[in-house]
Design a protein around this ligand. Structure first.
Ligand code: PGA
Length: 252
């Protein structure tokens, strides 16, 4: 059975105290929820990771990072390495979020290097991809996502996928209030699973968790999560509120 995952991407929100409070509030909300086969992950900003890891210790909540540099160490002002994250007990990291691609020029080439660094350091990646509105409108969404996957995943080995969570995030649905319909999400998730099956075999494809991200909220989570190939969500805005995030977790 595939693992279900609800991950909260906090982006550049919450200071240390707010971050700890939010983790405690989420934990409170989900303390009686049966989470067998379901992982709950939150991704605070780098500076809050150390405190957040301590706050989340012994809880049902895992703490992950939003980004990582591909180099081992060196003169990369402002960047954070795998070893730094590992030393805090943080071993999962989002790679390839569309905001990193768009605002920080992270190309497929850079993301491929980041993914390799994650895997070489025995960490786990939540790897994001998705099409822009213009590509969706011209019916090129499958082609675009197929290209992104080819450029970043195809030179990996089947065993690497044990440490990869995929996240389909249509750029037009992120932070816009607009969500992919359950059918649009299912179409893409099934396409992605087929691409993985073709290149790495059925076992890898059947076991990999594919999350949907883009304006998931309590009111639409259940319908999206009910789709056959949707194994959970990567939640932005709604993950900043404990009630909303807990409601989404309960919808899985
Ligand atoms: P959103 O963000 O839920 O606010 O649309 C999703 C994401 O960027 O991961």
């Amino acid at each position: 059975m595939r693992t279900k995952i609800v991950a909260g991407n906090w982006k550049m929100n919450k200071n240390e105290e707010e971050s700890n409070q939010l983790i405690k509030a989420i934990q409170n909300e989900i303390s009686t929820v049966n989470l067998s086969n379901t992982r709950v992950i939150v991704c605070p900003p780098f500076v809050n990771l150390s405190a957040a890891s301590k706050t989340a210790k012994d809880s049902k909540i895992e703490v992950a990072a939003q980004n990582m540099h591909e180099a081992k160490n060196g003169a990369y002002t402002g960047e954070i390495s795998a070893d730094m994250l590992n030393s805090l007990g943080v071993s999962t990291v989002i790679i390839g979020h569309s905001e990193r691609r768009e605002y920080f020029n992270e190309t497929d080439e850079v993301l491929s290097a980041k993914l390799k660094a994650v895997l070489e350091n025995n960490m786990e990646a939540i790897f994001c991809f998705g099409e822009k509105l213009s590509e969706r409108k011209t019916d090129n969404h499958l082609l675009e996502v197929g290209n992104q996957l080819r450029n970043t995943l195809f030179d990996l080995k089947a065993e690497d996928f044990k440490n990869i969570i995929l996240a389909y995030e249509p750029v037009w649905a992120i932070g816009t209030g607009e969500t992919a319909s359950p059918e649009q999400a299912q179409e893409m998730h099934s396409f992605v699973r087929n691409v993985v099956a073709k290149n790495f075999g059925d076992e890898v494809a059947n076991n990999i968790s594919i999350l949907y991200g883009g304006s998931v909220k309590p009111s639409n989570a259940k319908e999206i999560f009910s789709q056959k190939d949707v194994d959970g969500g990567l939640i932005g805005g709604a993950s900043l509120n404990a009630n909303d995030f807990a409601a989404i977790i309960k919808a899985i």
